[in-house]
Design a protein around this ligand. Structure first.
Ligand SMILES: CCCCCCCCCCCCCCC/C=C/C(=O)SCCNC(=O)CCNC(=O)[C@H](O)C(C)(C)COP(=O)(O)OP(=O)(O)OC[C@H]1O[C@@H](n2cnc3c(N)ncnc32)[C@H](O)[C@@H]1OP(=O)(O)O
Ligand SMILES: Cc1cc2nc3c(=O)[nH]c(=O)nc-3n(C[C@H](O)[C@H](O)[C@H](O)COP(=O)(O)OP(=O)(O)OC[C@H]3O[C@@H](n4cnc5c(N)ncnc54)[C@H](O)[C@@H]3O)c2cc1C
Length: 664
């Protein structure tokens, strides 16, 4: 039967080159080719099916994780996939798994914190999957406060070993993904003790399970921490609990790039800053920003396609009702999310560059950009994950009742995504790190130290404190210089206000505690400025393809102006814009929505997601929503029998009872 494209009418209206936009989204022609090929490979392989995931029991679900991971590894070897292709394969399989932690944290931690010798020993084993590793930092009692971890690694000079021990219940490792059932090894973060002296938290490679029968090694208690939020979702991951009872490991299993313990038990600190122990988190936070653009774009793709299919009200003379995407309220909720997905894509690209740059500098013993890399990764991770979690939920609501069905794909996407606001650093805790960085920058302004990088704008603080926005007509809001000036003035004024208020407290610590809510808002303003700046910089590059740059520019303006509208309290209270200018923002937004409206289906098609990856009936490429929703309902196990299993036991006696009561 010929397939009908129910969105064909929408596609016929698109005014730009969607294929060229796909390249921009993917990052390059080659990246698009890899993504396209691998996503189709996954979609066509029945082992990677996921449409039944929300109705599987926990054990069945975990079993599919093991089966999919083993099959993925087999395909990686058979097809001789490169590291990039293998990582795309895991991405499109789209099921959280111990492999994510093995490749995403265990290996990067050894690379970042291990000596050359340690890397030579452990990396080949890990690359060949002859060991499976996880990243075990968090404990039952401490997650955010890494310095508060309680697990101890005490050096025993007699045997040249460390003794790993969990002294209290709260010192139990708790949460690490892959720890519960799959990992054979872990990177354990614990307090290093030599000669009775506590040197703080360090990383150790520890074998947990036998490589022959997978049983825990002596002294190790290990298991899964239990079911998490939502059906399917993150429950495919074996987040674990682990306790040590005086477990011995050789001395050379402490990661020794940052500091060393000699054979004699002497503790030596190298020139490398101590914060490098936190380096793996910086790396992962950077990847999480790009992941946010993937998760948000996925939800937006579903909500946009469905909004073009769905019709409510407005039928005239028996004609079709109005597509819900044509309601201005729908556009006002949806289009800023579409714009955010693109904005996070570009800031994610930039952050990747920043991370690569800082890594190269670290290798050359230049640590000067580490504080900025920490602040940017922490802040942008926080900003993008919070907005994405909220955005996915908004997309569910944009799809009305059908968005609440698991077959819309949105409940599972939400459930799997929301812990991103917590893992790799609670979002508020991370914003407080950004605000510390900002307060330090402000305090150094008078001392001749010139702010650079993302805080360079603070160098013009005197101007930014008193400048006025010169918008007079709605179109003035389309000028990048006007947008940047408003965001810079807002960020600078909020930071300076915090710094001035901090100086009123007798100690910095007390001030930070009291003003933490304001400090978090100043950090958000700074991070939003970074996203807007990087988007505007992206538009200054050559971008080929008919109409592509114009669409991207419209989305950039929607992103920036919708933020000004949402946070107009900040902009008005700090005198960055006037009430009249705030109302002109809305006029301009409405006109931008009209400009992108004919193109929105093209803008989500440019994500190039397969129906398998989207996992949503509402977001199907062909828009054939209703017949497929109807078909899907009958697949529910409740519909296996016409009369439910419990009828004779529960329904029938109740009905009969009611009959007797009625006769009485
Ligand atoms: C539908 C299906 C979809 C399927 C999708 C499938 C895909 C999903 C797969 C996703 C996989 C994701 C897996 C997630 C795995 C999660 C792992 C984890 O969560 S690991 C644990 C992470 N833990 C944290 O992030 C803890 C947060 N806490 C901290 O980072 C720190 O403790 C702290 C920074 C908050 C505080 O540290 P402390 O030492 O107490 O700090 P100070 O504030 O005193 O700072 C001292 C000094 O150091 C600087 N600093 C701090 N951190 C860093 C750093 N990382 N790098 C560089 N510098 C750092 C700080 O700025 C201070 O500097 P100073 O100059 O002294 O001011
Ligand atoms: C799905 C998932 C996967 C994970 N995977 C791993 C893993 O693989 N390996 C690993 O080691 N860990 C992992 N974690 C643990 C994760 O890193 C921690 O949960 C996270 O760092 C937050 O720490 P916490 O749980 O201690 O939160 P808490 O710090 O206890 O936070 C509780 C509340 O207190 C607030 N708060 C805390 N400190 C402050 C402060 N100074 N100022 C103001 N407010 C504050 C927070 O904002 C939050 O609202 C995972 C967690 C989840 C949910």
């Amino acid at each position: 039967m010929e397939e009908i494209d129910h969105l064909g009418h929408e596609r016929s209206k698109i005014e730009f080159d969607v294929e060229a936009m796909k390249i921009v989204w993917a990052g390059s022609q080659r990246a698009l080719e890899v993504s396209d090929r691998i996503s189709r490979l996954v979609a066509s392989d029945p082992i990677f099916r996921k449409d039944d995931r929300t109705i599987l029991s926990r054990k069945e679900l975990f079993n599919t994780t093991l089966r999919k991971s083993a099959h993925a590894w087999k395909r990686i070897i058979e097809l001789r996939l490169t590291e990039e292709e293998a990582s795309r394969l895991r991405f499109y399989i789209d099921q959280p798994a111990f492999m994510d932690l093995h490749w995403g944290m265990f290996i990067p931690a050894i690379k970042g914190q291990g000596t050359e010798e340690q890397q030579k020993k452990w990396l080949p084993l890990a690359y060949k999957m002859q060991i499976i590793g996880c990243y075990a930092q968090t404990e039952l009692g401490h997650g955010s406060n890494v310095q508060g971890l309680e697990t101890t690694a005490t050096f025993d000079p007699k045997t040249d070993e460390f003794i790993l021990h969990s002294p209290t219940l709260t010192s139990s490792k708790w949460w690490p993904g892959g720890l519960g059932k799959a990992s054979t090894h872990a990177l354990i973060y614990s307090r290093l003790i030599t000669d009775g002296q506590d040197h703080g938290v360090h990383g150790f490679i520890v074998q947990l399970r036998s490589l022959d029968d997978h049983l825990p090694l002596p002294g190790i208690t290990i298991g899964d921490i239990g079911i998490k939020f939502g059906n399917g979702a993150y429950n495919s991951m074996d987040n674990g609990v682990l306790r040590f009872d005086h477990v011995r490991i050789p001395r050379d299993q402490m990661l020794m790039r940052v500091s060393q313990v000699t054979r004699e038990g002497k503790y030596l600190q190298s020139d490398v800053p101590r914060q490098l122990v936190y380096g793996t988190m910086v790396y992962v936070r950077q990847t999480i920003v790009s992941d946010a653009s993937c998760a948000l774009s996925r939800a937006v793709c579903i909500a946009t396609r469905y909004s073009a299919v769905r019709r409510q009200f407005g039928s005239q003379d028996g004609g079709p009702e109005t597509q819900v995407i044509d309601y201005k309220t729908q556009q006002n909720r949806l289009f800023p999310l579409l714009a955010s997905a693109y904005a996070y894509r570009f800031v994610g690209e930039w952050l990747k560059w920043l991370y690569t740059d800082v890594t190269q500098r670290l290798q050359a013993n230049d640590f000067s950009t580490l504080p900025e890399a920490h602040a940017c990764t922490a802040g942008l991770k926080s900003l993008t994950t919070s907005a994405t979690a909220d955005g996915i939920e908004e997309c569910r609501k944009l799809c009305g009742g059908h968005g609440y069905l698991c077959s819309s794909g949105l409940p599972e996407l939400f459930a799997v995504y929301i812990p991103a606001c917590t893992y790799e650093g609670d979002n508020i805790v991370l914003l407080l790190q950004v605000s510390r960085f900002l307060m330090k920058t402000v305090s150094q302004l008078g001392s001749g130290i010139k702010p650079v990088g993302t805080t360079a704008y603070m160098g013009q603080v005197e101007h930014l404190m008193q400048c006025h926005c010169d918008v007079q007509r709605a179109e003035d809001w389309l000028k990048p210089s006007v947008i940047l000036a408003a965001f810079q003035a807002r960020a600078a004024r909020m930071s300076v206000a915090c710094a001035q208020n901090l100086s009123k407290f007798s100690s910095q610590e007390e001030g930070f505690a009291e003003l933490s809510a304001d400090l978090v808002e100043a950090a958000v303003a700074h991070c939003q400025l970074i996203v807007v700046t990087k988007y505007i910089e992206k538009l200054q590059q050559a971008i080929p393809g008919k109409g592509v740059k114009e669409q991207l520019a419209a989305l950039c303006n929607i992103y920036a102006l919708s933020l000004i509208h949402k946070h107009q309290g900040d902009f008005l209270a700090n005198g960055c814009i006037t009430p009249k200018q705030a109302s002109l923002v809305n006029w301009q937004l409405r006109s931008l929505y009209a400009q992108v409206r004919p193109n929105v289906i093209g803008l989500v098609d440019a994500f190039n997601y397969t129906d398998h990856y989207l996992g949503s009936i509402l977001g199907r490429y062909d828009g054939n929503v209703y017949p497929k929703l109807y078909e899907e309902a009958w697949k529910d196990p409740l519909n296996d029998s016409v009369v439910p299993d419990g009828y004779h036991e529960f329904i029938r006696p109740m009905l009969k009872q009611q009959l007797r009561t009625a006769r009485l």
